[in-house]
Write a protein that binds this ligand. Structure first.
Ligand code: UD1
Length: 361
């Protein structure tokens, strides 16, 4: 059986690594990898292949940056001939990025079954480009592999038949648990001069937070206020760094802007921090898995289980709300870890088991 896996952006690499490794353990399976090239810098792409031992892509589509229409259209045009050459039994797509949707559309229209890993998540905010990608990918894909019960419920509500829904757990946590011992040895805290549990980590890249100068400037000012209490370490996505420069914004004292970090250095950094402030979806899940307090700088989350069971609080972008949540977090002892069901490091083996089941659509 031939399984063609598609990735395009940084979070996709973290999800595909354990799936590729699991496929390689099965002599009756052959995995191929297509990188659409949506993320292309060494720090955003190659560093993750190295850290996570992902084999080099069999096909690199090189789509690069652009508007959503350009990225999706270029990916579709470049992916179609690859699909024709490879003729896989399954196409596996992960997450909610433009690569996910583009590959799904091409494959289903050519009659190749698609499995969507991380299906069923919904923010119910159609202003997020990812929400459109999620809804459309799930509507088209044949097999919907979900991380949590809320995702199953969202899919049922959209009229998707039970036979297409399989709960497998969270594949990002496979990578996290596997790489934690290696990350523990990274000297990144020493290099920056940080003491474990005595600093905060920030990440920010959502268009709604970084593309409007007033919003971005407001958030930087809030990080400055937090930095009066503890150092704030901010590895910045290229989009965010570009927006800070374009808007002529000044990074406040105590906030340390870093280039994007590789997976292992970043895991070491956030896992040893006192708290994380982020608009990333993956980091809400990862902090939940390790019990690190997380404040989500968005109005809503497509990952509610990180709030009901995990360490996440959705605080939006209002200064008063964020600063009081920070104060509360700093004054509170950490709660014991209660990871959601099936966030156990074995999701990739469940995914491959479903793909090998002859009754799968
Ligand atoms: C994309 C995903 C988002 C995901 C994020 C993870 C979509 C719709 N968005 O957003 O869901 O959370 O990836 O990081 O697919 N850039 C570089 N080098 C790179 C990558 C990007 O310089 O390696 C710059 C480009 O100038 C680009 C900008 O960052 O224009 C934004 O990149 P893009 O891939 O368009 O979207 P992300 O914000 O990364």
């Amino acid at each position: 059986m031939k399984i063609l896996n598609v990735v395009g952006t940084r979070p996709n690499f973290v999800k595909i690594a354990p799936i590729m490794a699991e496929i390689a353990r099965h002599p009756d399976l052959r995995g191929t990898l297509v990188h659409t090239g949506q993320h292309f810098d060494d720090a955003m792409s190659d560093a993750f292949f190295r850290d996570l031992d992902i084999p080099p892509p069999d096909h690199d589509l090189g789509v690069g940056p652009g508007t959503h229409a350009e990225q999706v259209a270029r990916t579709m045009l470049a992916f179609e001939p690859v699909l024709e050459t490879e003729r896989p039994d399954w196409v596996v797509v992960v997450g909610d990025v433009n690569a996910t949707l583009a590959a799904t559309l091409v494959a289903v229209k050519r009659g190749v079954p698609v499995a969507h890993v991380e299906a069923g998540l919904r923010s119910f905010d159609r202003n997020m480009p990812e929400e459109i990608n999620r809804v459309l990918t799930d509507a088209a894909a044949d097999l919907l592999l979900t991380p949590s019960a809320d995702a199953d419920e969202n899919l049922r509500r959209e009229g998707i038949p039970e036979s297409r829904i399989h709960r497998v757990g969270n594949v990002m946590i496979d990578t996290l648990l596997r790489r934690l011992p290696e990350a523990a040895d990274r000297p990144v805290l020493r290099k920056i001069g940080l003491t474990p549990r005595e600093y905060a980590v920030v990440t920010l890249h959502r268009p709604s937070n970084v593309d409007v100068p007033e919003t971005l400037g407001g958030l930087l000012a809030i990080f400055g206020r937090i930095a009066e209490r503890l150092p704030v370490i901010f590895p910045a996505h290229p989009r965010t760094r570009a927006r800070i420069a374009e808007a002529g914004l000044v990074v406040p004292p105590g906030v340390q802007l870093l280039p994007p970090l590789g997976y292992l250095d970043f895991l070491k950094l956030w896992s040893e921090s006192r708290l994380v402030l982020t608009d990333s979806g993956g980091l809400q899940e990862e902090t939940t898995a390790l019990g690190v307090p997380c404040l989500t700088l968005r109005e809503r989350t497509e990952r509610p289980v990180t709030v009901t069971q995990g360490t996440n609080r959705v605080v939006g972008t209002d200064a008063g709300t964020i600063l009081s949540a920070v104060a509360e977090t700093l004054a509170t002892e950490r709660l014991p870890i209660r990871p959601p069901a099936l966030w156990d490091g074995h999701t990739a083996s469940r995914i491959v088991a479903v793909l090998k089941t002859p009754t799968s659509p």
